[in-house]
Design a protein around this ligand. Sequence first.
Ligand code: ACO
Length: 269
Amino acid sequence: MAEATLGGSAERVSFEEAGLRYEVDGEIATITLDRPEKRNAQTFATWSALARIGDDLPEQVRIVVVQGEGPSFSAGIDLRMFTPEGVPGQGSFSSVAQLDNTSFEQRIEQAQQGFLWLRRPEIVSIAAVQGHAIGAGFQLALACDLRIVADDVKFCMKEPALGLVPDLTGTKPLVDLVGTAKAIDICLTARFVDAEEAFRIGLAERVVSREELAQAVGDKAAELLSTDRDAATATKRLLQGARGRTLEEQAAAERVAQAARIKALFAVS
Ligand code: ACO
């Protein structure tokens, strides 16, 4: 059993203890949140394990599927964090509140490492989302490039209702996907976003029945794998940089990327 180092602690936990399953089948890696009896609630151990998967991802992997076992994708952070006892071995919000700001921010940064790698240009990450995706669950779905959802999906950015801000890298993809006004509406009301709305506002690429979810994700993975690997990586890099560039800068970036592609494909040595 692979092990993950717990963020902020010397304790080492297995993927199973972190509430995850992880499988690699050729070019497809699948991460399954696997604590259905607690609606796949997440802990610091979950995020450390996710980061570890990103660090050790085999080079051949091109698609990463993130899914949840049971009725909910994820009910967000483990609510034991809000209790004085906290999560065994991981503390509580009242214990981390004692840390100085630098140490606390480092702790959050460690947690964020579990999410950020899912945007790597070399892979396409797909969240398969059914049922509730609340707080950290919503942010994990947002950390992925694409979201394919079941028609019973309910996204909710619960953090502001609990006195917190979303800090697991979800705010930027949310704004990029739906715009600032809709993101304010979703976050500051902490309301549920259903499948119809998620599709309409661009949060979900596709809505299917729960029974069809795995097949729909498999079909998308196969479509994505049908293009050239290096061209896909270079194209994703271009697309990711597009918002931060002017049209002229983007055109220049396209030229540089294409020159590299043509050389790789046709240069005579
Ligand atoms: N942390 C720990 N345990 C949880 C969590 C959670 N976030 N969510 C659910 N559970 C547990 C419940 O306590 C219950 O445990 P028990 O069987 O031992 O009593 C079990 O999972 C099933 O929960 P139910 O509420 O019975 O499941 P249901 O399907 O009816 O509802 C729902 C699911 C809507 C997700 C509900 O559990 C819920 O609202 N959970 C809390 C969501 C939340 O506030 N998350 C924090 C967001 S903020 C952030 O992530 C930073």
